[in-house]
Design a protein around this ligand. Structure first.
Ligand SMILES: Cc1cc2nc3c(=O)[nH]c(=O)nc-3n(C[C@H](O)[C@H](O)[C@H](O)COP(=O)(O)OP(=O)(O)OC[C@H]3O[C@@H](n4cnc5c(N)ncnc54)[C@H](O)[C@@H]3O)c2cc1C
Length: 548
């Protein structure tokens, strides 16, 4: 194009119109690998391809932009001074949710290979916009916790797992689908929920309680129903708290403020209060609140891994796309040896994240089908993956942004939004230290979890000497538990890396596995991205990451 002062050249065309699923070799291969039935694998790939093409469309990308540039607005009162406690969202937020729910992002539980399919869809659809993944994730995750109370589950599970998005505060009985949120964190304690002070007083109706207290973070406050922790006479207990009561009246759910957040701007995260007239129904036994809600937390933690894998994939895709079309010093950036090193290093991190997320999704399906070994693997691998994959997301996104140069620092590129979103998965559902300590708890209390882990990584035994040596090092580290708490991050990092290495050695192309083991397990790498050693096939690694 020519303007009156200069012609515009060497600007990169927007990355649009591609198939986000079809172009992601690591994701595609994982779906094929873990599907338990060939015909189902084909239909799942076809569905994911359709979702992937929608995710890559200009229309869906515009929904993501609009939902973030027009953040939610809280209305505490109506014009007459009555409390309404409603949050108003831009129509693009509803379009994103409608598509996400229709794509089955809350419908994993009733289906065979349901977690595999859903996690892949989550990785695809989160690349359009990350904020609305929060209610999708919580709605999906509420199901296993709710099953502790079969009568409540019979009413709510079909609505939570519906593929119909029906916004608006109305009685659940008249709705075709509902969304769920979670209320654990209070002002005085988030990680340490034992510090919760919200009180639950039993009422005459069996299972019903009145709640008084607050929640300091309560995201997606326009959800139909919340799983909350409160202190009943028998101790910390899990409750189901609907926003609209069965008789159609509003439950008391006082939204005091919305948080002004670093990122995640499309999503509303509220401070809420319960005034003693707030009604809730017990899920599970009194005093078993943490044990009950942990089922929900385990599923949302896995979504943090998948969500971070999605951000990383999106960031890498933008970086390689830019480097392919942008020239400097006589040729495309992608052909410059140093840029290729950076891109390959980013691509390795992204592929390892995807491989791990998808292995855990397959484990969820296998555990749901009765495999104790897979259940034990999840116990250790979910917090380890939550720790490591979410922690790698921010430095990766920052480096990918830099690949776009100055354009990457400008909002129009979409990279600043990705970077702002990046740290969140590492914080919510338990920050890094909490995950590392949870891995220690699993190691100390559930020996089968370590056995399942060793069994998994042992499947690649003998395939790569660096991986074998790294597994031995982990075992040495575990044999001396003196001062283990202070060393927990180091240990968990190694556990996650050997698991990723083992998956790549078994399933990824040789050049990817080789580069990963050389740089992440063999120690031949600097601290920054782009410091891979010589002698690796970096061109092939970058080629594999290209978005079509
Ligand atoms: C955008 C957003 C949305 C959220 N939405 C929700 C929601 O919908 N529902 C909900 O219930 N919560 C929600 N949260 C809260 C979130 O889950 C908590 O912030 C998180 O679990 C950490 O708890 P905290 O903020 O109380 O930090 P703290 O518990 O005070 O932790 C602070 C730091 O100390 C570390 N730490 C804690 N214990 C130890 C220890 N024993 N040893 C070493 N280090 C330790 C942690 O790793 C962390 O780095 C949301 C948070 C954010 C940012």
């Amino acid at each position: 194009m020519t303007s009156s002062t200069h012609s515009v050249a060497n600007q990169v065309p927007p990355l649009v119109g591609h198939d986000v699923f079809g172009a992601d070799a690591a994701l595609r291969e994982a779906v094929a690998r873990y599907s338990t039935d060939a015909a189902r694998a084909r239909s799942t790939a076809a569905e994911l391809g359709e979702l992937g093409r929608t995710a890559g469309s200009a229309r869906a990308q515009e929904w993501g932009r609009l939902a973030n540039e027009n953040p939610p607005v809280l209305h505490t009162h109506d014009r007459y001074g009555e409390r309404v406690d409603e949050v108003e969202f831009h129509p693009a937020w509803h379009q994103l949710l409608e598509k996400g729910v229709a794509a089955g992002l809350t419908a994993a539980w009733p289906r065979p290979d349901g977690h595999l399919r859903r996690t892949a869809a989550f990785v695809v659809w989160s690349q359009v916009e990350a904020g609305h993944g929060c209610p999708l994730s919580m709605t999906h995750a509420a199901v296993p916790a709710l099953r502790a109370e079969p009568e409540l589950a019979a009413v709510w599970e079909p609505l939570l797992t519906s593929t119909v998005y029906e916004p608006g505060l109305r009685p659940a009985a008249g709705k075709a689908g509902v969304l769920a949120g979670m209320g654990m964190t209070e002002k005085q304690g988030g990680s340490d929920v034992r510090a919760n002070t919200t009180e639950a007083v039993p009422l005459a109706e069996a299972g019903a309680y009145a709640l008084r207290g607050h929640k300091w973070f309560c995201s997606a406050p326009m959800s139909d129903v919340f799983l909350v922790l409160a202190r009943a006479p028998g101790g910390l207990t899990c409750f189901l708290l609907p926003r609209v009561l069965p008789d159609g009246s509003r439950n008391t759910f006082l939204i005091q403020r919305l948080k002004d957040k670093l990122g995640n701007r499309s999503n509303a995260s509220a401070e809420v209060e319960f005034d003693g007239s707030t009604l809730a129904w017990r899920i599970g036994e009194e005093g078993r609140g943490v044990a009950t809600i942990i089922e929900m937390v385990a599923a949302t933690r896995l979504d943090c891994v998948a969500g971070s894998a999605a951000i990383m994939r999106q960031a890498v895709t933008q970086a390689v796309h830019h480097a392919r079309y942008r020239s400097a010093f006589g040729g495309p950036l992608i052909d410059k040896p140093l840029m290729r090193n950076v891109l390959a290093d980013l691509a390795l991190e992204s592929e390892a994240a995807t491989a791990l997320a998808m292995r855990l999704a397959a484990a969820q399906d296998r555990a749901a089908a009765g495999s104790a070994g897979e259940r034990h693997l999840l116990r250790l691998a979910v917090p380890a993956a939550k720790y490591w994959v979410t922690k790698r997301c921010t430095p990766l996104t920052a480096e990918a942004l830099e690949c776009l140069g100055g354009n990457g620092y400008v909002e129009e590129s979409g990279m600043p939004r990705l970077l702002r979103e990046s740290p969140l998965n590492s914080i919510w559902e338990g920050a890094g230290n909490v995950q590392a300590l949870d891995v220690l708890r699993a190691l100390q209390r559930e020996p089968q979890a370590l056995n399942a882990f060793l069994n998994e990584v042992g499947q690649s035994s003998g395939a790569d000497h660096r991986l074998d040596a790294a597994i031995k090092e982990v075992l040495t580290e575990l044999s001396d538990l003196d001062g283990i708490e202070a060393r927990a991050r180091r240990l968990v990092e190694r556990l996650a890396l050997v698991l990723q290495g083992s998956l790549l050695v078994r399933h990824a192309p040789a050049e990817v596995a080789d580069a990963f083991c050389a740089s992440r397990l063999g120690g031949e790498r600097g601290l920054a991205f782009g410091t891979l050693p010589n002698g690796l096939d970096l061109e092939a690694v970058v080629e594999r990451a290209l978005p079509g």
